[in-house]
Design a protein around this ligand. Structure first.
Ligand code: ADP
Length: 403
């Protein structure tokens, strides 16, 4: 089946056209600056030259129109017409507690996505514009919503509840939802497969999946089901990240707001955009820059790296304890897949817990699936490049076939 995967942001839209039977990428691309001046489409057809054009994109419908043109273009295209594309899979950031799985999009699903606008004010409306634009331009084409929160819906209440008055859960749905769910699901299923287990039902298998990128989250996954995850009501909770503060004493918020006369918008900006390893180092949110600066003796860059490794280890450790042990750690996303230094820091000194990383494998293997543990290590340390788009395409295929 050929599935078009759409990830619509507020002013950008990423797409991939995948052949699910061959697990092959036919084309991918990105529309940038939708609704702004100088919008651009970057299109990469497999086996052909990349190209980049300026196209008028006043809204998401115009962007989807440009994507359709690029996919069917005589020179740069990969299909003759959109009739060859069987279905569309949409990444949707927040499904609240409405959806524990991906779902065929209908009016009720759209209502539920809208009901979650308050929980994801930047992303869900943008995802919806992508859905509506596709409906307009490809009427009747089956479409599936794949939620970033869905995989985390198996968490028990003891893990997803916050210690606030119960009425805020009942009335305002304040609870932990988690994020990066599609990535945690993909890598945990791949990990099960690599370990010779049934990816859909790996009974007894205990994993900590570490999605470490610009945004970072960890999940404790038992029997293929999430037991806990580090992102919360929003993607601000967890270890400190590129620009996000992660876990802090919640009283700091009110204290700083009062002391510096800050609005909720100000404190939100500070915690989301000006904090994390960028805020600590004053250098960059990118770990490559931090490691280069630390090597040259920049102490705050080193502190930011130390804090990240320490906070990730603390969360990882708490999950291992909560699960009563662990069979594999799974590293993924920009840092998890590429940053050998950080993986080493996170796994250092854990031999007593049966976690031993092989230094040579860790520093030489990158970008493809590998087991970085020593032969003697009781716990596997897996590097698994994430592939959220493939997961979205596979869900879309399964749901459309069974509809
Ligand atoms: P996003 O959350 O935006 O999807 P990614 O998963 O692409 O982020 O991760 C991006 C981050 O990965 C960068 O900010 C950078 O810190 C880190 N990264 C990428 N490549 C490397 C590398 N070779 N070494 C260290 N860090 C890297």
């Amino acid at each position: 089946m050929k599935v078009l995967v759409i990830n619509a942001g507020s002013s950008s839209l990423k797409y991939q056209l995948l052949d699910t039977a061959k697990q092959e990428l036919l084309a991918k691309g990105l529309c940038e600056r939708i609704g702004l001046d100088a919008p651009r489409l970057k299109h990469e057809p497999a086996g052909k030259d990349k190209y980049e054009v300026q196209v008028a994109m006043p809204d998401h419908a115009a962007a989807i129109s440009a994507v359709i043109e690029a996919l069917t273009d005589a020179d740069h295209g990969v299909v003759k017409s959109m009739d060859e594309v069987d279905a569309v899979g949409h990444r949707v950031v927040h499904g609240g507690d409405f959806y524990a799985e991906s779902v065929l999009i209908d009016e009720d699903v759209k209502k539920a996505i809208k009901a979650c606008y308050g929980l994801s004010p930047l992303h869900n409306p943008a995802n919806m514009t992508g859905i509506e634009a596709c409906e307009k331009l490809m009427p009747g084409k089956p479409m599936v919503a794949v939620f970033d929160t869905a995989f985390h819906q198996t968490m028990p209440a003891r893990a997803f509840m916050y210690g606030l008055p119960y009425k805020y859960y009942e009335e305002d749905r304040i609870r932990r939802y988690g994020a990066h769910g599609t990535s945690h699901r993909y890598v945990s299923q791949r990990a099960a497969d690599i370990m010779g287990r049934d990816p859909k039902n790996p009974e007894g298998l205990r994993l900590v999946t570490l999605h470490l990128g610009n945004g970072s989250s960890l999940a404790a996954v038992v029997d293929g089901k999430v037991q806990d995850t580090s992102m919360g009501l929003t993607p601000l909770e967890g270890p400190l990240m590129g620009t996000r503060c992660g876990n802090i004493d919640p009283a700091i918020v009110g204290y700083l707001m009062d002391k510096h006369n800050l609005s909720t918008k100000d404190i939100d900006r500070i915690m989301n955009k000006e904090s994390g390893v960028l805020g600590i180092s004053g250098v960059s949110s990118d770990f490559r820059d931090l490691e280069a600066a630390a090597k040259e003796g920049n102490e705050r860059a080193q502190l930011a790296l130390d804090m990240f490794a320490y906070q990730v280890r603390k969360i990882m450790g708490s999950y291992i304890f909560a699960m009563g042990g662990v069979d594999a750690l799974v590293f993924t996303a920009g840092i998890g897949e590429n940053d050998a230094y950080m993986r080493k820091q996170i796994c250092a000194g854990l031999a007593d817990l049966g976690i031993e990383i092989d230094d040579e494998k860790n520093s030489s293997l990158r970008g493809k699936e590998a087991d970085l543990a020593t032969e003697a290590s009781k716990v596997r340390v897996l590097l698994i490049p994430t592939n959220e788009e493939l997961m979205i395409a596979k869900d879309t295929e399964e749901i459309v076939k069974n509809a």
